[in-house]
Design a protein around this ligand. Structure first.
Ligand SMILES: C[S@@+](CC[C@H](N)C(=O)[O-])C[C@H]1O[C@@H](n2cnc3c(N)ncnc32)[C@H](O)[C@@H]1O
Length: 223
């Protein structure tokens, strides 16, 4: 199947410097088996008024371009368009968005909430009250919702402990992403990550083997 609408400036199985919405817009309808989306959230900083962001240890994080809610919804609508029927979206969220709820972002889509995984990072982070040790991966499936034929690994625990390699300030766990890719895609399928950071999803695809990756990050420096 033709993945891009026309001739594309984006390379498959490579690290692209790309604006994620533009990259998504260049992809054909219903051509992608799985999407990982790890937005650069602005919400928690706004709500909790982390006024000292960027002054000390938050510098690497706060220098990354952030996405407001309208931008995130635009991405999700495009992800809905490019996913095949019964394809999966793996959406990384923090504690704030998990509690606040994200379902309003999905009102215009055919994406259904089907599962959630807690990632125990195996190390303790910051926090004004409790200190953060986990992040959350919400799993959506495009209609028609099917489990048996579309999720082949039934031994993945919903609490996953893994220390991520610190390639990027927000690096996600490669082993977990590998298990999910292997469970929900088959050889020749395409996995997309429109805000790829340190490209942990590309690494996961390479290690699973037989899958194609399309992705980019606005801040990726090719040099
Ligand atoms: C949370 S990080 C992703 C981390 C990634 N999952 C990993 O494992 O390394 C979010 C990334 O989104 C990127 N970003 C922000 N706005 C973007 C946009 N409009 N298009 C593409 N990337 C964007 C930031 O530069 C940042 O690297």
């Amino acid at each position: 199947m033709q993945i891009f609408k026309g001739e594309s400036k984006y390379l498959i199985n490579s690290k692209n410097r790309a604006e994620g919405f533009e990259l998504l817009s260049s992809v054909n309808d219903k051509s992608i088996a799985a999407v990982f989306f790890d937005p650069q959230y602005r919400g928690i900083l706004d709500k909790l008024k982390y006024g000292n962001e960027g002054k000390s240890r938050g510098k690497a994080r706060s220098s990354l371009q952030q996405m407001n809610e309208a931008a995130i919804i635009n991405f999700i609508n495009e992800i809905n368009r490019v996913l095949k029927g019964s394809g999966h979206l793996f959406l990384w969220v923090d504690k704030f968005h998990l509690c606040q709820g994200v379902l309003d972002w999905f009102l215009e889509t055919e994406l259904n909430l089907v599962d959630m995984i807690v990632w125990d990072k195996g190390k303790i982070g910051m926090g004004y009250r409790t200190r953060r040790k986990s992040e959350y991966l919400i799993v959506f499936q495009k209609s028609p919702v099917r489990a048996k034929s579309c999720w082949t690994d039934h031994a993945i625990p919903d609490v996953w402990e893994e220390k991520a390699d610190k390639i990027h300030p927000h690096s996600k766990p490669v082993e977990l992403q590998k298990r999910l890719i292997a469970a929900t895609t088959v050889e020749g399928d395409v996995v997309l990550d429109p805000a790829a950071g340190g490209f942990s999803v590309l690494t996961a695809c390479e290690q699973v083997g037989g899958r194609n990756f399309i992705g980019g990050d606005i801040a990726y420096d090719e040099k």
